[in-house]
Ligand binder design. Sequence first.
Ligand code: AMP
Ligand code: FE
Ligand code: FE
Ligand code: ZN
Length: 291
Amino acid sequence: MAGFDLHTHSTYSDGTTTPEQNVRDAVALGLDGLGITDHDTTEPYEAARAAADGTGLELVLGTEFSAELDGHSVHVLGYWIDPGHGPLVDELDRLRNERLHRARAIVEKFNGLGVEVTFARVQELAGAAPIGRPHIAQAVVEAGAAPDTRTVFDTWLADGGPAYVEKHAVTPERAVELLVAAGGVAVLAHPGLYGTRGEPGTGAVNGGRASGPGLDAEVVERMAAVGLAGIEADHPDHTDEHRARYRDLAGALGLERTAGSDYHGAGKDNQLGSATTDREVVERLRAWRRA
Ligand code: AMP
Ligand code: FE
Ligand code: FE
Ligand code: ZN
């Protein structure tokens, strides 16, 4: 299997496998490169580097940065950023703190809905990682309220669900600006998942795929105007319509088209290496870095 899987998570955010395991599995699959994109953190870099050293696997170090628009998540992948860039470090610190407060608020919502989940257990599951909804979903499963985390999302925790609490996060344009200012390259993650995914009554969840229209082209244009370099048109949860729509949009805006699996270990069905980007596209992406 050749190419670069440009979107993966580890225990440094809401994945269940360590960066070392991800590197080992990527090498075993024969991948050329691996994107390290934990949510709102650059902490896994050292472990990933040490594991990849001498294997021939090329790491594309990055983060999946959380932005929000109209109460829904917009994720922006930032590659080759300087992990010490002040404004980015400050915003990531603020976001992780916000995640802590939000997790408490979500736990309270669950308790109000009669689900006996504790914040202490959620924190234990997250460990040192920024707390994400998957950690809370896992605690809810342990509390016996649902058979699996997918049910927890579908019933309560998806965007707009009864236990959902939005993050106070920057706009998608600001996210692009921060990542570019930090010397990185910004790529819009899974735009097809924006908004309607799993909202009660929309029938949006369709075999793990999002059937809503996705993020508006107009928002993507605004992001492109401040330096967006690419769109993750190929994502396992995208429908064929999403793939075609965002490939076309990337073409129209002169942006790169990328692919990544959004691997979360056991936290999600997505398999490592199930979506890959060609080396030539990775090289073009790298050339977007501001000199
Ligand atoms: P958070 O960063 O806390 O808003 O959580 C976002 C993460 O939750 C995503 O990266 C996915 O891992 C997971 N997630 C979000 N929506 C869903 C959904 N509808 N079904 C399953 N997992 C989801
Ligand atoms: Fe995640
Ligand atoms: Fe994401
Ligand atoms: Zn992701």
